[in-house]
Design a protein around this ligand. Sequence first.
Ligand code: FES
Length: 107
Amino acid sequence: MPDITFILPDGSALCFEAPDSVSLMQAATGYGVPGIIAECGGSAQCATCHVIVDPDWASRLPAPRPDEEALLACTAAPRSPTSRLSCQIRLEAPLQGLVVHVPDRQY
Ligand code: FES
């Protein structure tokens, strides 16, 4: 059960323990993190689950697959070098302490 932190656009932080083996998006929507819309339910088709992974964590995640990479070109907020779709990040023990930033818009 990894502890994860979402930094909201106003700088406030939401830290909570996520269930094992769910996606980062599922953890966020289950907890009610504002700004994670996840309109397509996790099928990598909407980009409304966009997050910006803290630079300290970015290299510890598997690289995005080609379909995620393509959709990251469609995010409402500007894409950053560490942008990811939270529905494509599976939470497992090595991600204990993961920190991500919620962009200021998803539409
Ligand atoms: S929930 Fe739609 S792309 Fe992630």
